[in-house]
Design a protein around this ligand. Structure first.
Ligand code: NDP
Ligand code: GDR
Length: 348
């Protein structure tokens, strides 16, 4: 029998890479999708096979983390061996605009899913998408033992999810783990996160279809890795004997200015000619510096990232330049499964 996985957030950046990875490992993959008036499955359409086809391995189910009864029903129906909780209102700036919705999805949604797992009585391993935003104001380097100090409604909601996952592990002996992932990006990153906003603008400015790029605070430091490598780390966390929490990071930090330098420089442009300031993109409380220490994941999972922030910037610019020529669906359709080990080669 193939292993069966349920992924919440399968339509997001990480969900699409994880679905590719698990399908390539022979899993039957089930994904939770939200009903929307427009199609929201573009990142996984290339993986979809009509469920009437006996070769179908990917199955999508309507549901929402705000609907606990639906999660209970789905868990009983699917009986997954592994559950990956990637769904969230994941934008930090937006969480200041929609704090209650963020708490409901990014915080309470996790307990609804954990309860569905517990009530189902099945032997399921549970992965929670925790985040470096938990460290917030605590200075780098940050590891599994660094104290948390959340600085946004998003981070506060994720703090609840972190602790409730740990509590279900201790209270009910559930195999439940937190992956504390530092920023990870890719050509499939949502267009309003700063890296993708920049690389998409570089391609458009170079092509003459955009003039300016408006940004907020460009002095903050982030530890950017490549999403396709990080989903491999998520999977490995569920394959070890004992449930433990792990940091995934590159260990190298860059400022947004550095990312601008590399991205614009990659196509022969000077960012200072195009970037303008807009206070709308500032956060009421900023997280100044995140640089992770991935030693534990290296030692216990054998997980080592190969792409740092500067490599990533070039890879994403290349992808956005190609997508502008080929159409945006190129990014979703290109087979990224083989990028896990040598991702940058696939784009050259
Ligand atoms: P995205 O924003 O790309 O994807 C979020 C996913 O969650 C989408 O599939 C979205 O569905 C789904 N979703 C949102 N709200 C609900 C809801 N109420 N019910 C069901 N599904 C919902 O995020 P990423 O892929 O970048 O990140 C994956 C997870 O990892 C998130 O939890 C994020 O907070 C966390 N994380 C991300 C990091 C990163 O650097 N990318 C770092 C650390 C943690 P739809 O497509 O319909 O909007
Ligand atoms: P982050 O990512 O908040 O780290 O959360 P984001 O790319 O949104 O911001 C990174 C830094 O860039 C600064 N910034 C801007 N950010 C955005 N989005 N837009 C701008 O115009 C802009 N200008 C400057 C921000 O102030 C910030 O300092 C991401 C998300 O994926 C979370 O879900 C995840 O948990 C963390 O990474 C780890």
């Amino acid at each position: 029998m193939p292993k069966r996985a349920l992924i919440t957030g399968i339509t997001g950046q990480d969900g699409s890479y994880l679905a590719e990875l698990l399908l390539s490992k022979g899993y039957e993959v089930h994904g939770l999708i939200r009903r929307a008036s427009t199609f929201n499955t573009h990142r996984i359409d290339h993986l979809y096979v009509d469920p009437h086809d006996p070769k179908a391995k990917l199955f999508l189910h309507y549901g929402d983390l705000s609907d606990g009864a639906r999660l209970v029903t789905l868990m009983a129906e699917i009986k997954p061996d592994e559950v990956y909780n990637l769904a969230a209102q994941s934008h930090v700036r937006v969480s200041f605009d929609e704090p209650e919705h963020t708490a409901d999805t990014t915080g309470t949604g996790t307990i609804r899913l954990l309860e569905a797992v517990r009530l189902s009585g099945i032997d399921t391993k549970f992965y929670q998408a925790s985040t470096s935003e938990l460290y917030g104001a605590t200075p780098p380097p940050q590891s599994e033992t660094t104290p948390f100090y959340p600085r946004s409604p998003y981070a506060a909601a994720k703090l609840y999810s972190y602790w409730i996952t740990k509590n279900y592990r201790e209270a009910y002996n559930l195999f439940a783990v937190n992956g504390i992932l530092f920023n990870h990006e890719s050509p499939r990153r949502g267009e309003t996160f700063v890296t993708r906003k920049i690389t998409r603008a570089v391609a458009r400015i170079k092509a003459g279809v955009q003039k300016d790029l408006y940004l907020g605070n460009i002095d903050s430091i982030r530890d950017w890795g490549y999403a396709a490598e990080y989903v491999e780390g998520m999977w490995r966390m569920l394959q070890v004997d004992e449930p433990e929490d792990f940091v995934l990071a590159t260990g190298v930090g860059y400022t947004i200015r550095d990312f601008l330098d590399t991205s614009f420089g990659h196509v022969g442009l000077d960012w200072q000619e195009f970037v303008k300031f807009d206070e709308r993109y500032l956060r009421p409380t900023e997280v100044d510096a995140l640089i992770g220490d991935p030693t534990k994941a290296g030692e216990k999972l054998g997980w080592t990232p190969t792409i740092d922030g500067k490599e990533l910037a070039k890879l994403m610019v290349d992808a956005d330049v190609t997508a502008l020529e080929e159409g945006p669906e190129w990014i979703d359709a290109v087979d990224l499964a083989s990028w896990t080990t040598e991702p940058s080669l696939a784009l050259r």
